[in-house]
Design a binder for this molecule. Structure first.
Ligand SMILES: [Zn+2]
Length: 229
């Protein structure tokens, strides 16, 4: 931050999958501010507090709209620097735009095998049918840009899923098969989809342009540099 963009805060999470819930006890009423279906907040055990389904939820249902103050990446970085916002708390909603999430919205934990997905800007929806008393969780990595100029965020994960990635990072750290499944489910926010499109386009170019053509071009450029000196 402040001239060091690599330090700017990124998406949600932190040092454990329940980091957002580590702020002490909160009420069910608080959780209901974000949720669109009956939920309750309680301890998850080893991973702090989390939000749970108070009734069965059908696949595709809008479960919650995460909310908070819309802030720029610079403001976000400044707040982290000033100690009024934890690096782990903001939700990225655009390339340089974040939500400083409210308390209720911070109580949705991460899972590497989530039952919720994020679409539009901050809508959490059910990726599958969810049973009553299941914890409601989404994959934080789906919300984090891979742009290394703004993202250095990582998080140790203890979600307990069989496919737990253990170290959670930006969107391109998600295994390809899982990214494909998320795409089929319509899980990503618009700014992440734009980013994925750019990656796919770059890969497509790489497939169509032989590596030797790139090497030749680089050699030509180097010769040009030498002539300029
Ligand atoms: Zn995990």
């Amino acid at each position: 931050m402040n001239g060091n963009p690599a330090k700017k805060p990124t998406g949600p999470g932190g040092t454990g999958h329940s980091i957002r819930s580590a702020g002490g006890s909160r009420s069910t009423a608080t959780a209901s501010q974000a949720a669109r279906v009956p939920v309750y907040v309680t301890d998850t055990g080893a991973c702090g507090q989390g939000t749970f389904a108070a009734a069965a939820i059908s696949r595709g249902t809008l479960v919650a709209t995460l909310a908070g103050e819309r802030i720029s990446s610079d403001t976000c970085a400044q707040r982290v620097h000033d100690g009024v916002l934890r690096l782990d708390d903001p939700l990225q909603i655009g390339k340089l735009l974040y939500l400083d999430l409210d308390d209720a919205s911070r109580l949705f934990n991460h899972s590497c095998n989530p039952n919720l997905g994020l679409r539009n800007e901050s809508d959490l929806f059910a990726l599958r049918d969810i049973s009553r008393d299941e914890e409601l969780r989404y994959d934080y990595a789906t919300t984090v840009s891979s742009d290394i100029s703004i993202s250095t965020w990582t998080m140790r994960c203890c979600c307990g899923a069989a496919n737990c990635r253990e170290l959670i990072g930006h969107v391109l750290t998600i295994p390809l098969a899982q990214t494909a499944a998320y795409l089929r489910a319509g899980t990503f926010q618009a700014f992440i989809l734009r980013e994925l499109r750019q990656v796919v386009a770059a890969l497509d170019i790489a497939r169509r342009v032989p590596a030797r053509a790139v090497d030749k071009s680089a050699a030509t450029a180097r010769r040009g540099d030498e002539c300029d000196e």
